[in-house]
Design a protein around this ligand. Structure first.
Ligand code: DAH
Length: 342
C-alpha cells in the first residue's frame, strides 16, 4: 500500500463521515490496533533491509496525519453540536454556569482551629510567623550554629545567594520572635506551614504543618509541660491518656524529650497493640523540652529569672493519625475526592 494514496483516500472518507460514531468506526479501521496502518507496520520485517526504515517512517507519518484529520473532524462535530444546542428553543444564556465542585475545610485547617480554640481557652495567644525566615531565627537563635549537625537533618531551600533567607524548616523560630516582643510571663502557640529539602515518600513531604507551643514564666518545670500535654491530648482524642517521656536531643531545649501517649485506638478497642501504634501501645506524639538558656537569651529574656517549656506538634502527622491516612502527600494534592471525605 502506498502511504500517499492511502492518506488521500483516508481524508476523503473522514470528510464523508456523517456523525461521531461513524468517525469512531473509521478511526478503528484506519489507525486502530488491527487497522490499515498497523498492517503496514507489520509488513516491515518482510521488506528488504534497506527499505525498512523509510517504510516505517512513512507509515508513522501517515498515522499521525490521519489522527490529526480525525481530531479536526471530531472538533467540527462538537462545534456543530454546541451550535445546535444554542439554537434550541430552551437555551437560556442568562442561566448561571454549573458550580465548580466544592470540597470542605481541609482536615489540617479543622484540627488547627480546634487546637487554637483549646489553647485560647488555656490563656495562650495564637501567633503567626514568616514562612520565608531569616537563618538567624530558624537556626542561630535556636542554638543551632553554622556547623551544627542538626542542620543536616533540616536541610532547606535557601532563598538568596548568601544563605541569609531560608524557607523555615520548623515553627520553632516563632519562639524567639515571640520572646523579642513580649514580657514574661506569656504562653503562645504558632501553627503553620514548614518546608524541608526532602525526597518525598508516603511519610515525608517537602511541605507540611506543625504547631509550636511556648510557655515562659517563673519556675516553669517539666511538670507544667506534662500537664499541658495531657490537656492537649484530651482535646484531640477526647479522653485522658497516660504519657511517658523519653530523652530526645534538640539544641534549643535542655532537657529535651520525645513525648509518647498511650495509643487511643488500642484503648477504645481494648487491644494490646494495633497497626497505628505498631504493636507497642504507645504513639510517638511530639518532641518537647525546657527552653535552653541560650534561646531565652537570644530572645532577650534573662534565664536566671525566667524559664519555659516548648513543644513542636506535627499537625500533618496528627491528622494522618486521626483519620487513618496512609500517605502524607494526599494532604497537599488538592484533590476534591480526598477533601470530600472530611
Ligand atoms: N522544631 C523541632 C523539629 O521540627 C521540633 C521541636 C522539638 C520543637 C523540641 C520544640 C521542641 O519546641 O521543644 O524537629
Amino acid at each position: 500500500m502506498d502511504p500517499d494514496t492511502t492518506l488521500e483516500a483516508a481524508r476523503e472518507r473522514i470528510a464523508a463521515c456523517e456523525d461521531a460514531s461513524a468517525l469512531k468506526d473509521l478511526e478503528r479501521e484506519l489507525i486502530g490496533k488491527k487497522g490499515i496502518v498497523a498492517a503496514m507496520l507489520a509488513e516491515i520485517p518482510k521488506l528488504p533491509p534497506d527499505e525498512r526504515k523509510t517504510h516505517g517512517q512513512k507509515a508513522n507519518a501517515l498515522k499521525q496525519s490521519i489522527a490529526q484529520a480525525i481530531a479536526e473532524r471530531r472538533a467540527d462535530f462538537e462545534a456543530s453540536k454546541l451550535d445546535a444546542a444554542r439554537r434550541a428553543d430552551d437555551f437560556d444564556p442568562t442561566l448561571p454556569p454549573p458550580r465548580a465542585p466544592r470540597g470542605s475545610l481541609h482536615p489540617i485547617t479543622q484540627v488547627t482551629r480546634e487546637l487554637e480554640d483549646l489553647f485560647l481557652s488555656m490563656g495562650y495567644e495564637v501567633l503567626d510567623g514568616p514562612e520565608v525566615e531569616l537563618d538567624h531565627y530558624n537556626f542561630e537563635a535556636l542554638n543551632i550554629t553554622k556547623d551544627h549537625p542538626a542542620r543536616d537533618s533540616q536541610d532547606t531551600f535557601y532563598c538568596d545567594e548568601v544563605g541569609r533567607l531560608v524557607l523555615r524548616t520548623h515553627t520553632s523560630p516563632v519562639q524567639v520572635r515571640a520572646m523579642e516582643n513580649r514580657e514574661p510571663p506569656f504562653r503562645v502557640i504558632a501553627p503553620g506551614r514548614v518546608f524541608r529539602q526532602e525526597t518525598t515518600d508516603a511519610s515525608h513531604d517537602h511541605t507540611f504543618y506543625q504547631m509550636e507551643g511556648l510557655v515562659v514564666g517563673k519556675d516553669i518545670s517539666v511538670a507544667h509541660l506534662i500537664g499541658a500535654m495531657k490537656t492537649l491530648l484530651r482535646g484531640i482524642f477526647g479522653r485522658d491518656l497516660d504519657v511517658r517521656l523519653r530523652p530526645g536531643h534538640f539544641p534549643f531545649v535542655e532537657p529535651g524529650f520525645e513525648l509518647d501517649a498511650r495509643c487511643p485506638f488500642c484503648l477504645s478497642t481494648g487491644k494490646q497493640g494495633c497497626s497505628v501504634c505498631k504493636k507497642t501501645t504507645w504513639i510517638e506524639l511530639l518532641p518537647c523540652g525546657l527552653v535552653h538558656p541560650n534561646v531565652l537569651r537570644s530572645g532577650g529574656i534573662d534565664p536566671e529569672q525566667w524559664s519555659g517549656f516548648a513543644f513542636g506538634l506535627g499537625l500533618s502527622r496528627l491528622v494522618m493519625l486521626r483519620h487513618n491516612i496512609d500517605d502524607v502527600r494526599h494532604l497537599l494534592d488538592g484533590d476534591v475526592r480526598f477533601l470530600e471525605q472530611f
